[in-house]
Design a protein around this ligand. Structure first.
Ligand code: SAH
Length: 235
């Protein structure tokens, strides 16, 4: 049992168990590596601050945290999977990167560091928590005024069920089986209203669209597809 209220023990255990494959580019986390340059660009193109202070919520093995650090951000990564955090720390060390990885909940860090960050990223994480709206509230609380929030997740539509769960986990093996539960997926409109209720103004939505023939993803602006990313500004 974790001591954290807004965390699902089964989910955390699942990530503890796969923590050894975070950096296996050809393994089942490979998709995160494939989309990483695209999402890093989506984030860094929007943040016009030198050496921005970025909080990466649900950082896992640090795939995004490292890319952000390499792009000049001062990164704090939080996660509740201790095994993943350990992998992240060791990997960053091997890369000569200084990233502050902490075993802390989003709610906790937001209380201690209210209004501290230039940007908060929370990618592929909201669909794994009991109350995603509380994570969004914490992300907003941790941001400075005019700070940037970025969320990405999987849409809850029949197409998403078919492509992300059946196709992604079972046929193409782009993701570990059992990674996602349909009911926990989030529609863009839901994410948008939770964000707006927490003082975040919508800026942009883009989808990451997979081509199974070329095995590449491309970013398509303003289209709600299976995998999407959203950008907000705190007002
Ligand atoms: N953001 C990373 C990893 C996504 S996987 C990336 O995109 O590369 C989802 C991560 O969320 C896992 O590492 C899992 O341990 C973490 N997680 C799940 N519930 C959490 C919670 N309540 N608080 C913080 N992290 C959580």
């Amino acid at each position: 049992m974790t001591k954290f209220e807004n965390a699902d023990d089964n989910e955390i255990n699942k990530f503890d168990k796969v923590s050894n494959i975070w950096w296996d580019l050809k393994g089942e986390m490979g998709t995160l590596h494939t989309i990483n340059p695209l999402r890093t660009k989506f984030i860094m193109d929007a943040v016009h601050v030198r050496a921005p202070k970025v909080l990466d919520v649900g950082c896992g093995g640090g795939i995004l945290s490292e890319a952000l650090a390499k792009s000049g951000a001062e990164v704090t990564g939080i996660d509740l999977s201790q095994a993943s955090l350990e992998v992240a720390r060791q990997h960053a060390k091997g890369q000569g990167l200084s990233i502050d990885y902490r075993y802390e909940s989003a709610e906790e860090i937001a209380l201690k560091n209210t209004g501290h960050f230039d940007a908060v990223t929370c990618m592929e994480m909201l669909e794994h928590v009991p109350e995603p709206e509380k994570i969004i509230a914490a992300c907003s609380q941790a941001l400075k005024k005019d700070g940037h929030a970025f969320f990405s997740t999987i849409n809850r539509t029949p197409k998403a069920f078919l492509f992300a769960i059946v196709g992604g986990e079972y046929i193409l093996r782009l993701l570990p089986r059992g990674s996602h539960t349909y009911d926990k997926l989030i529609r863009p409109q839901e994410l948008k209203s939770w964000a707006q209720e927490n003082g975040l103004e919508f800026v942009r939505l883009s989808s990451l669209i997979y081509n199974p023939f070329t095995r590449k993803f491309k970013v398509v602006d303003a289209k709600e597809d299976v995998n999407y990313m959203m950008h907000f500004i705190k007002r």
